[in-house]
Design a binder for this molecule. Structure first.
Ligand code: UDP
Ligand code: MG
Length: 324
């Protein structure tokens, strides 16, 4: 197989990561120093601290640093998409800004890419220091999504991975606004490989994934990859029908064959509650999908950029070429 070479793009989504970015960039710089050409593209996802200022400073310090700043918080997945849209390398590696994804793993990932793999996923080994709640919810989520959809998502496969240029280009063709990249990439195929790593502690600051954001990501992951929950109503309907048949037979039996004909208030209330509950669940599920269809039909942009240094850096590259 042909040896691959070329520019390496690093994509980093950052939401309020002012303290982490300088450390991350210097570690990335030393890891990437042996490679001929690379860029570090950082997406400021509507930070309210000094992330943007730090990025401006870093960009004047390091030639390789390029940044984009969103007009507000659009979310991790949107930031990754912006990174894929603007990265110019022959391969793109995305990792978190908080140094939980060790940059030192990058050479191993690049080596796999050079061998011919198109997608190299870094799989997180179980981290005993993580709160039990987070470990459990994440493991349930992966199990659930494997059960209800056709994507084979591996547990611990977060957004630390390398993608070849052709995968990034294919990904850019997907216009859906609701993004669940890890599912999408696993669904796309290509030659995939994996490397394992031990996650580090968050270097500074708190996790930016609140329970609400995790819940949203999980519902999005499920509803963008499967319509199976919609079939739940059919299954439940059949269940209810069977139950009604049995219950009806029992009622008739009581009416005609026993003296005990005082009809129960309890059974009526039970039935109303039961059917009402099921109807609400089903309406909720249909509502979620309908809402998604509504979002997608609008074709709104996934993110809006308010400031960036991409143009400057492109100009400077061109000037270099011109002066040669
Ligand atoms: N992030 C982002 N936008 C958000 C939330 C998070 O760009 O709305 C970034 C964050 O800066 C970090 C990465 O996504 O680089 C992962 O977030 P975090 O480390 O908070 O998640 P956790 O590791 O706790 O799951
Ligand atoms: Mg983190």
């Amino acid at each position: 197989m042909n040896q691959r070479t070329g520019k390496i793009s690093i994509v980093v989504p950052a939401h309020n990561e002012e303290e982490n970015l300088p450390v991350l960039v210097s570690r990335l710089e030393s890891v990437l120093a042996p490679y001929r050409e690379f860029e570090i593209l950082i997406i400021d996802d509507g930070s309210t601290d000094d992330t943007l200022y730090v990025l401006q400073q870093l960009s004047s310090l390091y030639d390789s640093v390029r940044y984009l700043s969103f007009s507000r918080n659009f979310g991790h997945q949107a930031a990754l998409r912006a990174g894929f849209d603007h990265a110019t390398g022959s391969c793109v590696i995305c990792l978190d800004a908080d140094l939980q994804h060790p940059p030192e793993l990058i050479p191993t990932m690049i080596a796999q890419w050079e061998e011919g793999y198109d997608v190299v996923c870094a799989i997180r080994k179980a981290d005993p220091t993580l709160p039990l709640m987070k470990r459990k919810t994440s493991s349930w989520f992966y199990r659930f999504i494997r059960a209800v959809s056709d994507v084979n998502l591996e547990e611990g496969a977060a957004d630390f991975r390398l993608l070849d240029r052709k995968v990034v280009d294919s990904l850019k063709q997907y216009k859906e606004t609701d993004l669940f990249l890890r599912g999408m990439i696993s669904w796309m195929g290509f030659r995939q490989s994996r490397v394992e790593y031990q996650p580090a502690q968050r270097y500074a600051g708190k996790s930016k994934y609140s329970f609400r954001k995790m819940f949203n990501l999980a519902t999005m992951g499920i509803t963008s990859f499967t319509t199976k929950p919609l079939y739940l109503s059919v299954v439940l309907g059949f269940g209810m029908f069977l139950f009604a048949l049995l219950f009806g037979a029992e009622v008739l039996y009581e009416k005609y064959f026993t003296a005990n004909t005082v009809s129960g208030w309890t059974s009526i209330v039970l039935l109303i509650v039961l059917i009402g509950g099921i109807q609400f669940i089903m309406m909720g599920i249909i509502g979620i999908y309908l809402g998604k269809a509504f979002q997608e039909v609008k074709h709104r942009p996934t993110y809006l950029v308010h400031e960036s240094n991409l143009a400057e850096k492109v100009v400077s590259v061109e000037t270099v070429a011109w002066n040669r």
